[in-house]
Design a protein. Structure first.
Length: 413
């Protein structure tokens, strides 16, 4: 279990400048998206109004520690709990990082440094101090171990020191390295060189991230490409890159949005070799339409088909590739002729319930709209720390919840 220590921070400001590929680089205005946390009659809340995440500076260490202690005292945390230091800026740029880690260490809890680029570590000796303060795990944005590429693409002012820090972390604790893949920049021979370095230094895992440069890939806060001129990398091409890299190196290689060769995620239940596990699930006894993302649709459809319910439950894909990032705009593009009387939308999608009802009833047909489970599977960012058994168990619980919702709210057949 992890408990969060949120240090705040502003993207672009509290990370020594935007990386070229940063999601937030072109976000210039507040957006109110709507979500399940909004009040019933109001679109917008702290969770889905983006200025709350873009204008908060770093919090002082004493404030972070006080909040953490409150959470610990109010929660019965298991003995293996780890503190995840996270924020919207770069954790390595947090000025009170040594004091904060020292304070957490005094509480007797091990520490995970959340996503950090290492741009704030000018002196690799800082790593030794962090290790002494109880850091046992970190997620480190490698991008490339070539300092020139880091300087150009990450705006890293001290790339040599950042790479040295990465090496020291690999030697001293569990490192889950991460690389956003820019085709023609840090793939091919450059990726091979990075993997060879990570493997020789002792890194535990590598997460490959498909570069998002279009709205339907998740850029819901701004419609402009992050880097003009770079096209979408084909999903099957990216998936093959993950598979090939996993075979080549002694690293736990996963990909997001696909795939994890070791656990069969995402949607391990859709694989023919795992078909037997579907017998555990409750039979589907009602009709419904499942709204999901372009990527998830084929997997969910296959699972529904293998459950023998495709005649009664259909899956409708939006153009959005990530289900959690579906917005009102995506739902308005759906052909309502394909939608049954009961509609299930992703639990965490950025659409207010009231707006979803208006959209799905706009043709004059009354439909019941419900949110499904928050997650139906685990992508590479989550599955990298899970076993195949963990992934299957998580999916079985999630699909059982989905089926119970269909059977309870759908029209019986």
């Amino acid at each position: 279990m992890q408990i969060m220590a949120d240090v705040g921070g502003i993207p672009g400001k509290n990370c020594r400048g935007f990386c070229k590929y940063c999601y937030f680089k072109n976000v210039k205005e507040t957006k109110i998206l709507g979500c399940k946390h909004c009040p019933p009659g109001q679109v917008g809340c702290p969770h889905c109004t983006t200025d709350t995440n873009m204008t908060r500076d770093y919090f002082p260490a004493y404030q972070v520690l006080a909040s953490l202690q409150t959470n610990i005292f109010q929660t019965q945390i298991p003995q293996n709990t780890m503190v995840n230091i996270t924020g919207d800026g770069d954790v390595s740029c947090y000025p009170d990082l040594l004091n904060l880690t020292s304070g957490i260490n005094d509480l007797g809890l091990p520490i995970h440094l959340g996503y950090t680029s290492g741009k704030g570590i000018d002196d690799p000796q800082i790593v030794d101090k962090l290790i002494n303060n109880g850091v046992i795990e970190t997620t480190y944005t490698a991008f490339s171990t070539d300092p020139k590429l880091r300087r150009e693409w990450m705006n890293d002012p001290t790339p040599e020191a950042s790479v040295s820090a990465l090496k020291r972390f690999c030697e001293s604790c569990d490192v889950h390295a991460a690389s956003i893949i820019i085709p023609g920049v840090n793939d091919g021979e450059e990726l091979a060189r990075t993997c060879e370095d990570l493997e020789s230094w002792g890194a535990k895992a590598l997460i490959l991230m498909r570069f998002a440069n279009n709205r339907n890939q998740g850029l819901i806060l701004n419609d402009e490409p992050i880097i003009p001129g770079i096209g979408q990398q084909a999903l099957d091409e990216f998936e093959q890159l993950v598979i090939d890299t996993s075979k080549e190196y002694n690293l736990r290689v996963t990909g997001t949005p696909v795939c994890d060769p070791e656990t069969d995620s995402p949607y391990a239940l859709s694989k023919d070799k795992n078909k037997e596990y579907l017998e555990i699930l409750t039979p589907i006894k009602a009709e419904a339409t499942i709204i999901t993302s372009k990527i998830s649709a084929k997997y969910i459809s296959k699972i529904i088909d293998n459950l023998g319910a495709s005649e009664h439950v259909n899956v409708v894909a939006t153009e959005q590739e990530i289900a959690c990032l579906i917005t009102e705009e995506d739902l308005r593009q759906i052909d309502l002729d394909e939608v049954k009387d009961t509609v299930i939308i992703p639990g965490r999608c950025f659409v207010h319930d009231m707006v979803a009802e208006e959209i799905f009833r706009s043709d004059g047909k009354f439909r019941l709209i419900h949110r499904g489970p928050d997650l139906l599977t685990a992508d590479g960012e989550m599955s990298g720390t899970l076993t195949k058994k963990d992934v299957l168990k998580q999916e079985l619980y999630a699909f059982e919840d989905l089926i119970e919702l269909i059977n309870y709210m759908g029209v019986k057949f």
